[in-house]
Design a protein around this ligand. Structure first.
Ligand SMILES: [Zn+2]
Length: 78
């Protein structure tokens, strides 16, 4: 389930991410993770939702690492 829109999607169309030391990462198979869908990933609500569930104060950090993750993901699809 996407943490922003709360719709259920096929796992393939979701990105599995996690927070480690206040940094946003692709899931490393350890610790807590969460999912984001394609539609929500580039919205402002997405950053808010990530910070909220992970109790993060520094949104700028999340914002820049999210952009990197999106870029990598877009490349992998092609
Ligand atoms: Zn979503």
């Amino acid at each position: 389930m996407c943490i922003v829109c709360r719709y259920r999607f096929n796992q393939k169309s979701l990105l599995r991410l996690q927070i480690k030391n206040e940094k946003l990462l692709n899931f490393t198979n350890q610790g807590r993770s969460f999912y984001l869908c394609k539609c929500c990933i580039s919205t402002k609500d997405c950053i808010k939702a990530i910070c909220k569930i992970n109790k993060i104060k520094n949104k700028d950090n999340i914002n820049s690492s999210l952009k990197e993750i999106i870029q990598k993901w877009e490349k992998n699809k092609k």
